[in-house]
Design a protein. Structure first.
Length: 94
């Protein structure tokens, strides 16, 4: 790895990734407010907009009492509970 590229984007900014943005990300951390569906929307937008490389790893935090979501285009690798939080570890298909 030659460097680390970081970016924090509000969900409203997740349109198509411009070519000038550099390479797509291979690692993403999502910690949206629980029980609002925002994480699912963000993952869908990240995938559709070309923000994630195929095979990218995603850490998605949500409420421990929420059922695991259906996430087309992502493989669930693991899920861990930490108090009120459930952390899902996902891989982008493709």
């Amino acid at each position: 790895m030659t460097g680390v590229q970081t970016c924090a984007l509000p969900i409203s900014d997740l349109g198509q990734r411009p070519a000038s943005a550099g390479p797509a990300f291979d690692l993403a951390f999502l910690d949206p407010p629980y029980r609002k569906g925002l994480g699912e929307r963000a993952l869908s937008s990240l995938a559709a907009g070309g923000w994630l490389e195929p095979g990218a790893l995603v850490m998605f935090e949500r409420g421990a009492d929420e059922p695991d979501p259906e996430l087309p285009g992502f493989e669930l690798l693991d899920g861990r509970d930490y108090g009120a939080a459930r952390v899902l570890f996902l891989r982008r298909s493709g």
